[in-house]
Design a protein around this ligand. Structure first.
Ligand SMILES: [Zn+2]
Length: 519
C-alpha cells in the first residue's frame, strides 16, 4: 500500500509517495525529499494534531521520505498524508491494500483544512489508475467536478479520517456537483443607445473575437465591456472542468463549490505585474491569462498597463497556452481567452470630445504601447463617440438574455461545424483553413475586394474580416456568407466610421486613424 500526496506544478502536477520509517534512537522527526519550510513545519503540526486526536505519537525516531526526492515540495497539503503515514507505521491505523491519494492541511486540534488543486490531483491520480482519495470536506465537491470514477473519504478531522481509513469506509455516491456562484454583471438593457456598439460586442462574443473599445472617458466603454459575461452561453462540461481545474490550482474557487459553469471574466488592474498577468512565482501559480481561460481578459485603461505586460499577451494569444520556465522547473497552463481592451484615445483623454493637449509624439507613444502586434490580433474595433442626449433618454433596449440567445445559437453552429477540428470558434480558425470555412460568393468577393483596397487592409486584416463575416452569418443561422455580412465585418474592423467620426474633428480623426488604424 502507498500513501500518495500531490505536488502542484502548473496544470499537471506529480504524485508524491509518502514513506514513513520508525526506528529506535533519540526521539525526533525528520522529513527528507527537498521539503520547503512549510513542509518541514508539518512535523510540528502533525505531532500536536496526532496527540489532540487521541492517538499516540511514536516515541521512536521518525523518518518521513517524500519521493521522488529530486522534486522540491512546498505547502501544507502534505500534513494529512504524513500524519496517516505515521499512524499506519506505528500500527495504530490499519493500512489499506490499495494506493490512496491523501490531501489536507492539519490544524493543531486535528481539524482538516482545505487545500488548493484538488481537481488536478484527482485527475492526475485517476490517470495513474488510483481510485481512492482522501480530501478535505471543503474540497469534496471538486472531486465530482473532476469527472472521474473514484471512492472518497471527505475529511473533517484527523480522528475521523483515521477511523474511516482503518475501516476502508470510502464513499462512491455523489449528490451532483454544486455550481460555483456567478456574479451579477448588469444588463445591456441599462446601456442606453449604443446600438452599433452593442452589435459589435455581440459579434465579438459570438465568435470569441478579440475586441477593443475606444473613445473619450465617460462614453460607456467600461459599462459595455463589463456586461459581456451576461451574453455568454454556459460553458460545455469539458471547458468547465478545465476552468475549474485552473481556479482550484490558483486557490480562487469559492468554498464548497464544485464546477465553474460560466465563462470567467477577469479584469486585472493596470498596475498588475508581469508575473500576476502570465503566472509564475515560487509555486508557478497561474496568472490572469490562465484564470481567464475560456472567458474574457478585460484590460480597462489598456494604455496604462506596462509595455511588458501588453507585449507578453502576444504569444499566448497565438498559442492558447503559456509555458512558465524557471531555473529548476517548468510548468504550463492553458490560456485560451478573449482579449477585450478599453482605452481612451489619448493620454489627456480629451481627444474626441474637446481640446486635446497631447503632442503628436505623445499620441504616437500612447498607441505604440498597445502596439501593432497586439492590435493586429484584434478583429473587432468599436469606437465610442459622444452620445446625443436624445439617445440617453430613450428607453426599451434589448436585454442581455435576448442577445445571449442569438450568441448561444451561433456558438452551437460553430461547435457543429468544427466538431472534427481542434478548435471550436471562428476567431481560432487558422489562416490555412479560412478559405475552406469562410468561402464567399462572387458578389461578396467583389464588395470585399473594393473595401479591402479602399481601407488598404493587410493580409492578416483580410483574414480577420472573413472570420468576423463568418460569425455574423452564424448569428443569422446563414450557411453562406453574403455581401452584407462582409460589409458589416469590414465596418467592425475599420476604425468606426459612424457616430464616432461625426463627434470628433477632422484633424483628430486623421491623427488617431494614422496611428490606431494600421492593418
Ligand atoms: Zn490628448
Amino acid at each position: 500500500m502507498n500513501i500518495l500526496a500531490y505536488r502542484s506544478s502548473g496544470y499537471e502536477g506529480e504524485l508524491i509517495c509518502v514513506e514513513v520509517d520508525l526506528r529506535r534512537g533519540i526521539p525526533g522527526t525528520e522529513i527528507v525529499g527537498l521539503p520547503d519550510s512549510a513542509v518541514r513545519e508539518a512535523r510540528e503540526r502533525v505531532r500536536v494534531a496526532i496527540r489532540n486526536s487521541g492517538y499516540r505519537f511514536p516515541t521512536e525516531r521518525v523518518l518521513v521520505n517524500l519521493s521522488p526526492a529530486g522534486l522540491k515540495k512546498g505547502g501544507a497539503a502534505f500534513d494529512l498524508a504524513v500524519a496517516l503515514g505515521i499512524l499506519c507505521a506505528s500500527g495504530q491505523v490499519r493500512s489499506a491494500t490499495q494506493s490512496v491519494l491523501v490531501m489536507g492541511e492539519l490544524g493543531l486540534s486535528g481539524a482538516v483544512r482545505p487545500v488548493t488543486g484538488v481537481i488536478s490531483a484527482v485527475s492526475v491520480a485517476a490517470a495513474r489508475g488510483i481510485r481512492r482519495v482522501v480530501v478535505p470536506r471543503a474540497n469534496f465537491a471538486e472531486v465530482g467536478a473532476a469527472g472521474v470514477e473514484c471512492e472518497v473519504i471527505a475529511a473533517v478531522d484527523l480522528a475521523g479520517v483515521a477511523d474511516a481509513f482503518s475501516r476502508s469506509a470510502y464513499r462512491s455516491e455523489r449528490t451532483g456537483v454544486p455550481a460555483a456562484p456567478t456574479a451579477w454583471c448588469g444588463d445591456y438593457a441599462d446601456v442606453k443607445g449604443r446600438i452599433l456598439e452593442k452589435r459589435a460586442v455581440e459579434v465579438a462574443a459570438a465568435g470569441t473575437h478579440n475586441l477593443v473599445l475606444f473613445g473619450p472617458p465617460g462614453t460607456g466603454k467600461t459599462m459595455t465591456a463589463r456586461r459581456l459575461p451576461g451574453i455568454f452561453p454556459r460553458l460545455k462540461l469539458e471547458e468547465a472542468r478545465e476552468v475549474t481545474r485552473i481556479h482550484s490550482t490558483a486557490g480562487i474557487l469559492a468554498a464548497g463549490s464544485g464546477i465553474v459553469g460560466t465563462a470567467p471574466f477577469r479584469a486585472p488592474h493596470h498596475t498588475s505585474s508581469l508575473e500576476g498577468m502570465i503566472g509564475g512565482g515560487k509555486r508557478l501559480k497561474p496568472g490572469e491569462i490562465s484564470l481567464a481561460h475560456r472567458g474574457v481578459l478585460f484590460l480597462d485603461e489598456a494604455s496604462e498597463f506596462s509595455r511588458n505586460v501588453i507585449q507578453a499577451l502576444r504569444q499566448p494569444l497565438e498559442d492558447g497556452l503559456i509555458v512558465l520556465a524557471r531555473a529548476d522547473s517548468t510548468a504550463w497552463y492553458p490560456a485560451v481567452f478573449q482579449l477585450v481592451l478599453a482605452t481612451n484615445l489619448c493620454r489627456c483623454g480629451n481627444l474626441g470630445r474637446g481640446d486635446c493637449l497631447c503632442s503628436r509624439t505623445e499620441l504616437d507613444a500612447y498607441w505604440r504601447k498597445i502596439g501593432g502586434a497586439v492590435l493586429d490580433r484584434i478583429d473587432v474595433r468599436v469606437a465610442f463617440g459622444v452620445e446625443a442626449p436624445s439617445e440617453i433618454l430613450t428607453d426599451g433596449y434589448e436585454t442581455s438574455a435576448a442577445i445571449r440567445d442569438r450568441v448561444g445559437n451561433a456558438v452551437m453552429i460553430q461547435d457543429e461545424r468544427y466538431r472534427n477540428e481542434p478548435f471550436s470558434r471562428n476567431s481560432r480558425l487558422p489562416a490555412a483553413l479560412v478559405g475552406r470555412y469562410c468561402a464567399i460568393g462572387d458578389r461578396a468577393a467583389r464588395e470585399y475586394g473594393i473595401a479591402a483596397e479602399k481601407l488598404r487592409l493587410s493580409g492578416r486584416a483580410c483574414l480577420s474580416v472573413l472570420k468576423v463575416a463568418r460569425t455574423i452569418a452564424d448569428l443569422e443561422s446563414s450557411d453562406g456568407i453574403i455581401p452584407d455580412h462582409v460589409l458589416e465585418a469590414v465596418h467592425h474592423r475599420r476604425f468606426g466610421e459612424n457616430g464616432f467620426l461625426d463627434a470628433i474633428s477632422t484633424t483628430a480623426r486623421r491623427r488617431v486613424a494614422s496611428v490606431a488604424c494600421r492593418g
